[in-house]
Design a binder for this molecule. Structure first.
Ligand code: MIC
Ligand code: SF4
Length: 643
């Protein structure tokens, strides 16, 4: 039997385990990336491991999330990351250089290599044929130290793209169609590979838009073949020597296959508050809008920006609409300025923001009360924009630009012929904002600067022999890490200050949670299906740990979050019978007899509800390595014990 593209890369990087779907495998990681909102924690953990120099082929630290500096905190964290990376062998992408995924795609991603990043949209680099996965900061720290990265061997899903896109239909519409079909749970436990004749009609940035939002499918990652289009992109970036061709074998087997006919696609929008709540824009046509935001790691490439500039040229943004544009990188921004397209955007009334995540993570540009915001981003979770009652729709740059001018939802295909935008054949290459680390022998000369906002990392405890505690929170399906540990301009500055951060834990669902959790001395949480979907932020485990959470019971979990829970010693337990969810009520006193023994060697445990006397069976789906981590009270303790 032949191999899929992902299987070929996994095979070359396999350190432990067998390539059998569902089994734990260990992978050698070639490259890592961090961003600032997760990076501070990742480097604190790297320092705690005592490794002097990173052991990867390439590690890059980006500053792109916390760039709104309303106090000293973010600037201090930037300085910490700048100095710690200089000392330990990591390249430092300065604020102003762009969004991690866009810059990594342009300058560093290599087909056939492995990459993990402390950000869930790391699979963006799958657009260039790289096996790129999002991970918790601690996993990235371990990989930087030369350690193995563990995942569950995924199933393989193939999406065949046939024909080619029509005018004004974008790569965003392809991935929205896939999300409409598969849902936010459809990719869990799988790698999505794109194939078919339609692939060669898509440029690398378009492919990257699609693999980027594979994160919203819950997929381990998504990947495109590496072909002549990839070679041309790398050549345009002045790095053709990084090219290797990659394709799946003709007899490779997939667990599921889907087909998207590109010529039949129409502009789509993900409606509030989930990326899979997809409708055709034509059904929303004429609905009043208040805000449009163009950018983010999904749609901020030169191609996206040139398309938007061509559509806005000579027009004025509707008076009732506020339009923000954040180019994805310094490369994009500079090229836009040089070719004059930036002037077209400014003249039309766009408010140009720095090349960073910005409004995507609620770093400014929050919509008005109950506002309707069209965004070319990848997530429209409740309150993520910073305005609790805003309605955020995810759309293509084409739909965003057309609607910004009209002031209402506008299907761009009604505008006639689309402007013809060509991919540049050469990009402006200048890595002057990427600082190189000092040589290993000079490391002692670098002093790591730590601001007062950096507080110690909470460390887990060994599990109790028998667990007795209350159910301190019951939540529903599809709980995101934005619910568990919200982000935004006010909260993000505390990413290295867990005690302060804990004041906001779960407040989107229940403003009383932090107080109640503390008063109860912690306890258990009950969730529905796909618990912890969304971002890779390990703060969604670290902060509950700080508040005393011992375990989470759910119908099912999202991949990165479950790994983070285990890393911090919080036990994930899956309801054997999802209907038992109804048997537990918030406030119930619970008991798990033989808790530690079950973690050690059993696949199941029983949760006794002291109020009703009923017992609920939960599954402990854990590898031997994960059991040991939990028994040690988390990965930091485990690593200390095992070296
Ligand atoms: C996101 O898009 O939610 C983030 C902010 O980039 C996160 C990382 C974080 O919370 O810092 C992600 O996607 O992992
Ligand atoms: Fe930044 Fe948004 Fe991309 Fe996350 S999804 S990395 S916040 S641009």
């Amino acid at each position: 039997m032949g191999y899929t593209i992902a299987q070929k890369i996994i095979k070359e990087h396999l350190v432990s385990g067998e390539m059998v779907a569902g089994q734990e495998i260990g992978l050698k990681i070639d490259q890592t990336l961090t961003q600032d909102a997760t990076g501070t924690m990742a480097y604190l953990q790297f320092e705690a491991m005592g490794v002097k120099r990173v052991k990867t082929e390439l590690s890059v630290a980006y500053i792109d999330h916390n760039t709104l500096q309303a106090g000293f905190e973010n600037a201090d964290d930037h300085r910490y990351i700048q100095t710690v990376t200089k000392k330990h062998g990591v390249r430092f992408s300065r604020p102003g250089n762009g969004i991690c995924h866009q810059v990594h795609l342009e300058r560093f991603a290599v087909p056939g290599k492995t990459l993990i990043g402390s950000d869930s949209h790391t699979p963006t680099a799958g657009g260039i044929g790289m096996l790129a996965m999002g991970a918790g900061g601690l996993d990235v720290a371990v990989a930087m130290g030369g350690g193995t990265y563990y995942i569950t061997m995924p199933k393989m899903i193939r999406v065949n793209l046939i024909s080619k896109l029509g005018d004004y239909v974008g790569a965003k519409d392809i991935i929205l169609e896939v999300l409409r079909t598969l849902s936010v749970k459809g990719g869990v436990g799988a790698i999505v590979e794109y194939a078919g004749e339609g692939v060669k009609t898509l440029s690398v940035p378009q492919r990257a838009t699609i693999t980027n939002m594979g994160a919203e499918l819950g997929a381990t990652t998504s990947i495109f073949p590496s072909d002549e289009v990839t070679r041309a992109f790398l050549a345009a970036e002045g790095r053709e020597s990084d090219f290797v061709a990659l394709a799946s074998d003709s007899d490779a087997e997939y667990d599921a296959e889907y087909t998207v006919n590109l010529s039949e696609l129409q502009p789509l929008a993900a409606c509030p508050h989930s990326p899979d709540n997809v409708k055709p824009v034509s059904e929303l046509q004429g609905k009043k809008i208040n805000q449009v935001c163009i950018g983010s790691c999904t749609n901020s490439s030169m191609l996206d920006m040139l398309t938007v500039a061509a559509m806005l040229k000579g027009k004025t943004v509707h008076p009732d609409v506020s339009l923000s544009i954040s180019p994805g990188s310094k490369q994009v921004y500079t090229m836009l300025a040089r070719c004059g397209a930036l002037a077209d955007l400014i003249s039309a009334g766009a408010r140009i923001l720095e090349c960073a995540c910005g409004p995507c993570i609620g770093m400014g540009f929050s919509p008005q009360s109950a506002g309707v915001s069209l965004r070319t981003f990848n997530r429209n979770f409740l309150a993520r924009s910073g305005t609790a009652d805003a309605n955020v729709y995810l759309v293509s740059p084409e739909t965003a630009a057309a609607s910004a001018i009209a002031g209402v939802f506008t299907d761009p295909t009604t505008l006639g012929q689309a402007p013809k935008i060509e991919m540049p054949t050469s990009f402006l290459v200048d890595d002057n904002l990427v600082e190189l680390p000092v040589k290993a022998e000079d490391a002692d000369e670098v002093t790591v600067e730590r601001g007062p906002n950096i507080k110690p990392i909470p460390v887990g405890k060994e599990p109790a022999k028998d667990l007795q505690c209350s159910l301190i929170l019951k939540v529903g399906d599809d709980i995101t890490t934005d619910h568990i540990m919200p982000a935004g301009a006010k909260i993000l500055p505390y990413r290295s200050n867990v005690p302060k951060l804990s004041e906001y834990c779960f407040t989107v669902c229940d403003p009383t949670f932090p107080e109640r959790a503390k008063a109860a001395g912690g306890g258990l949480i009950l969730g529905g299906s796909n618990y912890g979907q969304g971002s890779s932020r390990e703060h969604a485990a670290l902060v509950p740990l700080y508040l005393g959470v011992k375990g989470v019971i759910a119908k099912s979990f999202a991949r990165i979050h479950v790994a983070n829970l285990i890393n911090f010693g919080i036990v994930p337990m899956t309801l054997e019978n999802p209907d038992d969810y109804e048997k537990l009520t918030q406030g119930d006193e619970l008991e798990i007899q033989g808790f530690a023994a079950a973690i050690k060697e059993k696949d199941e445990a029983f949760v006794e509800n002291k109020r009703t006397g009923e017992k609920v069976k939960v599954k402990l789906t854990l590898s031997p390595r994960q059991r040991e981590i939990l028994l040690a009270g988390g990965r930091l303790n485990y690593t200390k014990k095992n070296g």
